[in-house]
Structures are given as structure tokens and as C-alpha cells.
Write a protein that binds this ligand. Structure first.
Ligand SMILES: Cc1cc2nc3c(=O)[nH]c(=O)nc-3n(C[C@H](O)[C@H](O)[C@H](O)COP(=O)(O)OP(=O)(O)OC[C@H]3O[C@@H](n4cnc5c(N)ncnc54)[C@H](O)[C@@H]3O)c2cc1C
Length: 400
């Protein structure tokens, strides 16, 4: 199969870039192949929201995949307070002064965009396993992209939107049995009266703690260090030049990584913090590391500040870290010399890692800064890639 562009992954970042391309310079969508094992758009996003029962996004209404930043707010302009929205079972499209979308309204909005752009038809339900740069006898370069069904796609350019990550697990936490990473939690399995320790100070930790308590569990939320409350996960300045210009002026990618990691410390929104304070959930700020393991005799135990407690479940809501080394395609490119800092690709200002190979999403943080992984970062990536969409059709490209 020959196409102009292969996009790896069908999450919101891929959708944002493609919708922008179609808006800037309409082209025949058949010139693009989107490879996604789930065979559908935004399945990872939707599964995460469903798992944690998240009913409102954290980001403002102006952050979404459509090219016009006001499109969502114009379509869902009613924005009652959280209290009013909750009382009305959150049927509104957006909530609070940031006009944060409800999960249902956001997905409805994205689904309409997918239909309008006809991007559903471009999905290949498989996984990219390698990408090799090739040059023909006229010196024209392209990519041979191998899929796990054994087929190969030839493309002029590749956009990696695969959100490749590894789970972050604190050294003292041994996962196994009832000690789980938050990605594996099944809230439906929680019973009344169960003792649950949730480790983490971010939105996921707070969200899971609240939902478990609503199911009748006795929950303790343990964070390292003091409580941090912030409505946005990354300060809005990180999408603007006042923060980004000095960041980009830092030429050392290791220093850039340090800046990103410093900024990305977990916090939770004020509405969630308020709900937690109004609940029966015990909140503990541990000065040191938290440990957790399954003791063969006592079952799950959690420890902090020299104290160990027996519980029924421990959830490590400690997030994940982008790391290209766990994707064979990216690891292969790194092995052939594409630069990275401990798993973060060093891209140029155009988000290019190798000639014609672009990376968007959280993995692009060394260029886009700490907001790279969220929807605002997706819009920033789409801005940069705006004019790199499929080229005008040439003879010899079979999809034309
Ligand atoms: C619970 C949760 C809530 C969040 N809420 C918000 C929010 O409210 N606002 C906000 O701005 N951000 C939010 N984020 C952060 C971020 O926007 C999301 O993580 C978002 O899903 C990232 O989008 P993405 O397109 O980069 O990756 P994903 O949504 O993870 O999509 C990547 C896709 O790539 C596919 N893929 C991976 N490798 C391959 C391969 N080799 N071949 C083919 N396909 C591949 C995967 O199957 C996956 O479907 C949230 C994150 C989480 C976890």
C-alpha cells in the first residue's frame, strides 16, 4: 500500500493534527493511513475516562481537536457552576469559568469532527512494528512502515502519535495481587466497607479515591508532600511565548527535560479538592516515600512515616512517563542514531526526529514543553505541522 502520510495512533493528538491539515489545505483523505490497533478513534482516551468515571475534562473548552479554538464553546456555551451542573446530573456541555467540557459533550463533539472529516474510513486496525527510511534511485526518500499483520505501507512521511509510555511505580511499591497501578483499577469491583489506600497527589488519585468512597469504601489518600491544588495540570503560560521562548532558548535537551519534569508535578482541580474535603476520605501527606506490597500473611499493606497498615487494596495512582524505548519502531530508530534523552526524542523545531518522521504528544515535550501531552499541546503541535499535510497528488501514488 502506498500513501502520502502514515499516522501512528488514533488518539486526540492524531485527530487534532489531521483535522488541522484538512482545514488548512483540503486534500484527499485517502492519501492518509491511520494505524490504530483498536480500529476506532480515541479508544484509549475513552477507556481511561470510563475506568476512572471522569465526568468533566480538566482542560478548558478551547482545548479540543477542531481547528477553530472556539468551536466547542460556541456549540456548548452554557457553563453553570459545578454545583449547578452536578445537581442537573452534568447534562450541560461545559462547566465552570474555564468552560471545561463534560466527558459526554466532548466525545460527542469529537465524534462529529471524525464524521465530518471522514477519518473513520482511514483506520487500519493493526500496530506499527517498524519504520525504515529508504531512498529510491532518484534520491527521493520515503518510509517503509511495517505492520503486525505482515503488510507494509510506503509513505512520504510518518507522524508518530502513539503516546508511548511506561508506568511510573515508586521504588517502595511492589505491584501484584491487590496492590495495583491505577490503570488496572476496576471500580466496579469495590465493595462497601473495603479499606483502600490510594497513593498519589494528582487528579487520578483524587478521582479514584472519590469514586471508591462513593461506593462505600473507607479510603485513605496518601500523597508525598503537601496537597497541590491547580485547575490546570500545567500552567497556561506553557502554551504561550513568555514561558516557551526561554524554554526553547535552553539548548541543552537534558536541561529542558529537567524543566518539564519540575513543572509536571501532580495536582488536582479545586472542585475535586473540595469534593474530597467534603467526603469521609482521610488525607495523609507523607514526608517520605510510601511503600506498599502484598504480605503473604497479612495481605496488602501500605507504609509511610514508619507506620504500616493492613488494607484490602492499594492503588498506585502515580502516573506514567513517556518513553520511546518501549515501542520497537522508535527503539529501532534510536538504535540507528536518532537522538534521545533517556527515552525522550530530541526533535527539531518542526517536531521532526528523522527526515520525514514527526513525533507529537507527550513524547514531543523537549520541543513543546510541559503541556505537550495534553489537548493544548496537541493544538500547539498542529500549529507547527499545519503546512506539512499530504502533498498535491502525484502520478504513481496508488491512492490518488
Ligand atoms: C485519565 C486521563 C484524563 C485526561 N484528561 C485530560 C484532559 O481533561 N485534558 C487534557 O488536555 N488532557 C487530558 N489527559 C492527557 C492527554 O490528553 C490524554 O492522555 C490523551 O489521551 C493523549 O492523547 P494522545 O493522542 O497523545 O494518546 P492516546 O489517547 O493514548 O492515543 C494513542 C494511540 O496510539 C495507539 N498506538 C500506540 N502505539 C501504536 C503503534 N505502534 N501502532 C499503532 N497504534 C499505536 C494506541 O493504541 C492509542 O490508541 C488525560 C489523560 C488521562 C490518562
Amino acid at each position: 500500500m502506498d500513501v502520502d502520510t502514515v499516522v501512528v495512533g488514533a488518539g486526540p493528538h492524531a485527530l487534532t493534527v489531521l483535522a488541522r491539515w484538512l482545514y488548512e489545505q483540503p486534500f484527499d483523505v485517502r492519501r492518509v493511513a491511520v494505524v490504530e490497533p483498536a480500529g476506532d478513534w480515541m479508544t484509549t482516551w475513552r477507556a481511561g475516562f470510563a475506568r476512572q468515571r471522569i465526568d468533566v475534562l480538566r482542560s478548558p473548552g478551547v482545548h479540543h481537536p477542531a481547528p477553530d479554538d472556539m468551536a466547542f464553546v460556541n456549540a456548548h456555551g452554557n457553563w453553570p457552576t459545578f454545583e449547578a451542573a452536578r445537581a442537573a446530573a452534568l447534562c450541560s456541555g461545559s462547566v465552570g469559568p474555564l468552560q471545561r467540557p463534560t466527558t459526554a459533550a466532548f466525545w460527542h463533539f469529537c465524534r462529529q469532527l471524525i464524521e465530518q472529516t471522514e477519518l473513520n474510513d482511514r483506520l487500519l486496525p493493526t500496530t506499527v512494528v517498524s519504520a525504515v527510511a529508504v531512498r529510491d534511485r532518484y534520491g527521493t526518500s520515503s518510509w517503509e512502515v511495517k505492520l503486525d499483520d505482515g503488510s507494509t505501507i510506503s509513505a512520504r512521511q510518518v507522524v508518530w502519535a502513539g503516546n508511548t509510555r511506561v508506568r511510573r511505580v515508586p521504588a517502595g511499591v511492589q505491584l501484584g495481587g491487590a496492590v495495583q497501578h491505577s490503570n488496572d483499577v476496576d471500580l466496579a469491583a469495590v465493595g462497601v466497607g473495603e479499606r483502600i489506600a490510594v497513593i498519589g497527589g494528582g487528579q487520578t488519585a483524587g478521582q479514584l479515591a472519590l469514586r471508591a468512597a462513593q461506593r462505600g469504601a473507607a479510603v485513605t489518600l496518601i500523597s508525598r508532600g503537601p496537597r497541590r491544588v491547580a485547575d490546570l495540570d500545567v500552567d497556561a503560560g506553557w502554551l504561550m511565548e513568555d514561558h516557551l521562548a526561554p524554554f526553547r532558548a535552553t539548548l541543552d535537551p537534558e536541561e529542558r527535560r529537567r524543566v518539564v519534569e519540575q513543572v509536571q508535578c501532580g495536582s488536582m482541580t479545586s472542585d475535586l479538592d473540595l469534593e474530597l474535603r467534603q467526603s469521609q476520605i482521610a488525607r495523609v501527606a507523607s514526608a517520605g516515600d510510601v511503600m506498599a506490597r502484598t504480605d503473604p500473611d497479612r495481605g496488602p499493606v501500605v507504609g509511610f512515616a514508619g507506620v504500616e497498615c493492613e488494607v484490602d487494596r492499594v492503588w498506585a495512582a502515580t502516573g506514567s512517563v513517556p518513553d520511546l524505548r518501549v515501542a520497537p519502531t522508535l527503539a529501532g530508530l534510536a538504535a540507528s542514531g536518532a537522538p534521545h534523552i533517556n527515552g525522550w526524542p530530541v526533535l527539531d523545531d518542526a517536531l521532526q526526529w528523522r527526515d520525514g518522521f514527526y513525533v507529537v504528544g507527550a513524547l514531543a515535550a523537549l520541543t513543546l514543553g510541559p503541556a505537550a501531552g495534553n489537548l493544548g499541546g496537541a493544538r500547539a503541535a498542529a500549529d507547527i505541522l499545519a503546512h506539512r499535510g499530504p502533498k498535491a497528488c502525484r502520478t504513481g501514488v496508488s491512492t490518488c
